[in-house]
Design a binder for this molecule. Structure first.
Ligand code: KG4
Ligand code: ZN
Length: 337
């Protein structure tokens, strides 16, 4: 079964064709990073306009790269939640128009579930149950995944997402946007013990990253938040390394606690922050000590892409979870419990 997937929830316009949830025939990702960089973050209104301009050529290229036509696909899948509502609407409207014009079924996909499915794309033999850790610019949550489409929320951030903290701290350190890759880069090879930040690890399985962000701000600028950053390059790299190590420790502590509490012996990580080299290294080592296996998709499947959306649509279709033309964009979907 050939599924065309569309993803426009934030700042990547993406379309992909995936067969049977496994074989990726095409995956086109048009990033808006260069457009948003001068503002130091994603500007929702500009993101929507850029999606409108890119969506048609991106879908056409995904079909061409896959060597097929719209008539040859069996269904259209689209991210419908959560995300920037105007951005989601562009993808949802496009998917509905294509499904209606070509007489194909339509499936609405939860973006977070897509991030988790990236592991199934990369590791088709991944077995369940497993703990899923989704760490991105908009989300930081732990789930007990009972199958590739059934996930029970175990804990979530009570304030910022981990990626958001990376982006904000990079801004404080004048490292540019997006901050995660920049911090990862400058922290490489530095001693993470030189600048130590407090780890916030709630008793339950939630996360909190606003405290560390403020701690970095005070450390860099003192009590005057408007003061320019006056650190030397090596000092800045040490702060970045200390911040990164603290965030990673918090993520690893909660993920391993989730395994201990649920009895799961696997952790599958997804979302943009799953690209982080320190997280990959530390989680793998600490989990192995507890007999827990870890899974990280290759970086291009960690950040936003439509292959994960077209991929998960296949098991959703088989489970009868098919949508219709009343499908709508839902900006927030905080599912607890
Ligand atoms: O999953 P994603 O592409 O978009 C959302 O759904 O939010 O994640 C983007 C986030 C950004 O905050 C970016 O700074 C972060 O992922 N990120 C990283 C790294 N690469 C991307 N964070 C830490 N280390 C990285 N190497
Ligand atoms: Zn994402």
């Amino acid at each position: 079964m050939k599924i065309l997937g569309i993803e426009t929830s934030c700042d990547e316009t993406s379309a992909a064709v995936v067969v049977d949830g496994r074989d990726i025939l095409s995956d086109v990702v048009q990033s808006q990073i260069d457009i948003h960089r001068i503002y130091g973050g994603v500007v929702p209104e500009i993101a929507c306009r850029a999606h409108i301009e890119s969506i048609y050529p991106v879908v056409e290229k995904a079909l061409a790269d896959a060597g097929c036509t719209l008539a040859a696909v069996d269904a259209v899948a689209v991210t419908c939640a959560p995300g920037l509502v105007g951005a989601l609407l562009v993808g949802v409207s496009m998917a509905k128009a294509l499904a209606l014009a070509a007489g194909k079924p339509i499936l609405g996909v939860d973006h977070i579930h897509g991030h988790m499915y990236a592991n199934k794309l990369a590791f088709p033999d991944l077995a369940y149950p497993c703990v899923s850790l989704v760490v991105s610019g908009g989300h930081t949550s732990l789930y007990l995944s009972r199958s590739e489409i059934d996930h029970d929320l175990l804990g979530t951030t009570t304030d910022d997402a981990a990626g958001e903290a990376f982006d904000k701290v990079a801004k404080i350190l004048d490292l540019g946007f997006p901050g995660g890759p920049a911090i990862d880069r400058v922290a490489r090879g530095r001693d993470p013990g030189r600048v130590v930040f407090k780890r916030t690890v709630p008793e339950n399985l939630d996360f909190s990253f606003s405290g560390i962000k403020t701690a970095v701000l005070y450390r860099v600028r003192g009590q005057d938040a408007k003061k320019p950053m006056a650190l030397s390059s090596p000092e800045r790299a040490d702060v970045a390394a200390g911040f990164q190590a603290a965030v990673v420790d918090m993520l690893v502590a909660q993920a391993l606690k989730a395994c201990a509490r649920t009895g799961a012996r696997r952790i599958a990580v997804g979302g943009g922050v799953a690209c982080n080299s320190w997280l990959r290294e530390v989680l793998a080592v600490r989990a192995a000590k507890e007999g827990v296996e870890t899974f990280f998709p290759p970086p291009r499947f960690c950040t936003d892409n439509a292959a994960m959306i077209a991929g998960i649509a296949y098991p959703l279709f088989k489970a009868g979870r098919v949508g219709d033309l009343t499908l709508d964009a839902v900006p927030t979907k905080v599912h607890r419990g």
